[in-house]
Design a protein around this ligand. Structure first.
Ligand code: SAH
Length: 250
């Protein structure tokens, strides 16, 4: 493999996306980088099979978070990365899905950049791509959707309001991350802004994992579906979700 580390004391961090759940969805590059890490700083949604790829003597640091409950505050995670890199260790920062999609990867890299620590980014398959693929739901389809948007259901740090009117278009697929608890609000906002209450929807729980479950129903039943679903789950809104019936394979 190629490595960017030139000497033992060269600070270096690889920011690696582990994919959505099925360990086989890790990239070949991610696989190699994890195998050569001295320390792996990882989140809750990373599969144990992927963690097991690390060297037996690699230090494993868990900094997992849940929505509404941050085990380790973000500042402290940033600090751990800086400290470990400055020790001259080869650090892998391992996150679920892709680090740049609702993963705070950008924030962590900004801290590293401020400390002059070099880094690389190894992309991962984000939940929206992985879970819909395993559910047989194409995110776009010429007969159904010409665009797709990824939205966080979690209330944001800056408090910025979502542009609901631009989301509520019938030829658009919407994928909400962290949306289960907000499903009532999402449903109300979309209907208020003109989306038909019968628009087909799906919830994909534990996408790409053996336990994967797919719930389907019209938009006006979304809160009821969400009440039966467990985290991690994605809410998918749009007529592409009907294709699950024809294309489900997993
Ligand atoms: N960076 C990650 C997303 C982190 S936010 C990525 O790119 O996928 C966490 C949210 O991702 C969860 O609340 C859920 O909405 C979604 N998610 C992650 N893994 C998932 C899975 N296996 N199935 C369904 N949703 C998942």
């Amino acid at each position: 493999m190629t490595t960017h580390q030139t000497s033992l004391n060269a600070s270096f961090v690889s920011l690696v996306g582990a994919g959505p759940g099925d360990p086989d969805l890790l990239t070949v590059k991610g696989y190699r980088v994890i195998q050569s890490a001295d320390v792996v700083v990882f989140d809750r949604l990373v599969s144990k099979e992927i963690l097991a790829l690390a060297k037996p003597d690699a230090e494993m640091i868990y900094v997992g978070k849940k929505v509404d409950y941050h085990c380790v505050p973000q500042d402290q995670i940033n600090q751990i990365l800086v400290e470990q890199a400055q020790l001259g260790r080869k650090v892998v920062r391992l996150k679920g899905g892709d680090s740049f999609i609702f993963g705070r990867g950008g924030e962590e890299l900004e801290t590293l950049a401020e400390h002059g620590i070099r880094f690389e980014v190894v992309p991962g398959i984000t939940a929206a791509a992985g879970a819909t693929a395993y559910a047989g739901i194409p995110l776009t389809h010429r007969d159904h959707a010409q665009s797709v948007q990824f939205i966080t259901g979690h209330v944001q740090k800056g408090g910025g309001e979502i542009e609901w009117a631009s989301l509520a278009q019938s030829n658009n697929t919407l994928v909400f991350y962290m949306g289960l608890k907000q499903s009532g609000r999402i449903t109300d906002k979309l209907i208020t802004h003109g989306l038909d209450e019968n628009t087909p929807c799906a919830i994909i729980e534990n996408g790409t994992r053996k336990e994967q479950r797919v719930f389907q129903g019209p938009l006006n039943t979304l809160p009821a579906m969400a009440a039966d679903a467990e985290s991690p789950a994605l809410i998918v809104v749009g007529s592409v979700t009907q294709l699950h019936n024809k294309l489900k394979w997993f």
